[in-house]
Design a protein around this ligand. Sequence first.
Ligand code: SF4
Length: 332
Amino acid sequence: MQFVHDGNFTLPSQKDALNHFSKNWNPEVFENEFQERSAFAQGIKIIQNYYKDNNPYDIKIVDLESRFSVDLKHNGEVHLISGIIDRIDKTEDGYEIIDYKTANKLPAQSHIEENLQLLIYLLAFIKRYPDLAKNPEKVKLSLYYLKHGTKLSATKTAQQLEQEKEKIFDLFEEIKKSDFKPQTSPLCDWCDFQEICPMWKHKFKKEINATDQEKQALIKKYLDLQEKAKENRQEITSLQKEILDIMESEQVDRLFANKKIVTRTCRQTFGYDEEKLKEILKKKQLWDKVVKVNQTQLNKALRTLSSSEKQQVEKIKELKSESYGLSIKKDK
Ligand code: SF4
C-alpha cells in the first residue's frame, strides 16, 4: 500500500503494484506450499480490489509510514509511546489517519469507536498539529480492512478524547503490573527482539563451551527418548486394539500371561440436561459448587466483550497454580 501511494507526479499503476508485489514476495515465511499459494492469491486480490475501489490520484497524501512519538504524563510519570502510522491523508475539511488491517474478520463499528491504537495515533497527530486539539473531530480515524475492501471510521470530540485518555492510563497501570510472558506467533519472524527474547535467544548463542556441549548432549538424549516413546505409544495403541479384539472374540474381560493380568476397563462419560439438573441442585444450594468456569468457553465469550469489559474480567483473574512442561516442534 505504501508503494501504491508513493510518488510525486506519477503513481504506480495496478500492473506496477502487482509486479512490485510479485517481485518482493517471500515464500520462505510460510509453513507449506498450500498456505503460500493461497496467501499470494489473496495478496493479488487485495491489490486488484484496492485499485477498483480507490483512485490513488484522487487521494491527497500527507505522509506514509509516518513515525511518531508522543509522551503522556500521568501520576507524575512520563510515558513515551512511539509507532508508525500507515497513511495520513488531507481531506476536504481536515485529515484522515488510516491503518491497514489484514484480519480475516471484519469487526463491529464499536471496535473502531473504542480502538486504542487509533486513539494513540490521534494524540500523536495532535502533538504534530496542536491547533487540532480544539476540534479533533476534524481528524477521521480509519481502519482499512483490505481483505474485505471495507474502511471503518470514527471521530472523537475534545471531550471524548480527554475521557478516553483514561483508558491509556489504565493500560499503563496494567502494563506495570504485568510480567509479559513471551508468546510466539508468526510475527516472531519480524520481531527485532529475538536475540534477547527467552523464546529465541538460545538459538543465537555464539560461544559454545564444554558445559554447553554437555547440555546439548542432554537435550539430544531427551529428544531421542521422546521420539522412541512416541514410536512405543503408537505400537502400544495398536497392540491394545489387538488385545481388545482377542478379549471380544474369547468373550473374556481378563487375560493371563507372563505372570500378569490384563483387564479390560471401561471409561464412561455422561451428559446431563443442564436446566433440569440446575433445578434439582439449586434447591439444595449445590449448583454453585458443581459449576466450574469452562476456560475454552470463557475465551470464546471474551472475544465478544468490549475492551472495558475485557479489562474488568482481566482484573478479577487470579493465578491458581503454575507448572512447567516441555513441548517439541521442528525448527524451520
Ligand atoms: S520474538 Fe519473542 S518478543 Fe518477539 S514476538 Fe516472538 S515471542 Fe514476542
